[in-house]
Design a protein around this ligand. Structure first.
Ligand code: SF4
Length: 335
């Protein structure tokens, strides 16, 4: 696979009256062509701010303080606003949780799509209209020839989200960033939209970065998962690594809080006790320390990433060779 995006040591803060809130604290990850990567975490973990930072969509008092966002090897952070605008909506598209925040309520859906297509794809009006109709059909909107002339409020929530996806994909982006695209929808529509994204990925080899608080959604569509907490990546691995061999206590806690049906019985849900760290004064040690059942003195110091297996990394001292040795000895004693 070819590397499409490489995010290196990204740091984004918000300058408030109380001081600097360090929302994203040195995040690094890569996305390969055709990959579907999920960023998951509770609200306030920094996942949405990370996504917005990639495209320079941080508004004051927010500021991207450091880091590189390499797209095809070129740093988006060094680009001028017109250069970035040419990439946004064209090579990189974004869809948000609430399509009404991105669709203009007083302009017909078709006119909005045609404008995007004409701007980025240099199509004439008739060609852009034709392409918009094709896209609406592709995302499963019935009678697109008629519906293209309707206003956003004439579509249901699920259909509006489809319109957003059609709009985002109409310019055949290489990367689609989807921030909680299904959170506001009911479960059936959610499944349809996720399936649609998967089909489109298969058909066009578009890479997808999916931001969600829902591990169930990640399991359905992603190939790789990044778990964020306190503005940092706690764990990263394939879907199998994260769901079958989670190594970070935070990931383990998140997994315990997903509803599951086991042998006909519903398992009791265990939510993670406590609250996320205050990023106005972020902890210098492990961000999860206050809530971690395994916390120890050593955790006052920030752990490095340990790699339990290739492509799987975890920010936790429990993975250090000393702790692993101790664990093996304890297990030996118990046998
Ligand atoms: Fe828990 Fe320590 Fe690991 Fe942090 S480093 S997750 S506090 S065991």
């Amino acid at each position: 696979m070819t590397e499409l995006l490489s995010v290196q040591n990204l740091k984004t803060s918000f300058m408030t009256r109380e001081g600097e809130v360090e929302s994203v604290r040195g995040v690094s990850f890569d996305i390969q062509q055709g990959e579907v990567v999920g960023i998951v975490g509770e609200s306030g973990s920094g996942k949405s701010i990370t996504a917005k930072s990639l495209l320079g969509l941080i508004q004051p008092p927010g500021v991207i303080k450091e880091g590189k966002v390499l797209f095809h090897g070129q740093d988006l952070r060094q680009m001028t606003e017109p250069q970035l605008r040419a990439i946004r909506g064209n090579q990189i598209a974004m869809i948000f949780q609430d399509p009404m925040t991105s669709l203009n309520p007083v302009i017909r859906v078709g006119a909005q799509m045609i404008e995007v297509l004409r701007r980025h794809q240099k199509l004439d009006k008739a060609g852009a209209r034709q392409r918009a109709i094709e896209m609406l059909r592709e995302v499963g909107i019935p009678s697109p020839e008629q519906r293209i002339d309707q206003y956003p409020h004439e579509f249901s929530g699920g259909m509006r989200q489809r319109v957003m996806i059609a709009m985002a994909l109409s310019c055949k982006p290489e990367l689609l960033i989807a921030d909680e695209p299904t959170t506001a929808l009911d479960v059936t529509i959610q499944a349809q939209i996720l399936n649609l994204m998967k089909q489109l990925r298969d058909a066009t080899n578009t890479s997808i970065l999916l931001i969600t608080h829902d591990l169930g959604v990640v399991a359905q569509v992603c190939t790789r998962v990044i778990v964020m907490y306190g503005g940092m990546i706690m764990e990263e691995g394939t879907v199998e690594d994260i769901f079958e061999r989670p190594s970070h206590p935070y990931t383990q806690g998140l997994l315990r809080s997903i509803p599951r049906v086991k042998e006909g019985q519903r398992e009791r849900l265990v939510s993670i006790e406590g609250t996320p760290p205050n990023l106005l004064h972020p902890p210098t040690g492990c961000p999860f320390m206050e809530r971690c059942p395994h916390a120890m003195d050593k955790c006052r110091e920030m752990p490095p990433y340990f790699v339990p297996e290739e492509g799987h990394r975890s920010l936790c001292w429990l993975l250090s060779s000393d702790m692993q040795q101790q664990k093996r000895e304890q297990e030996g004693d118990e046998q």
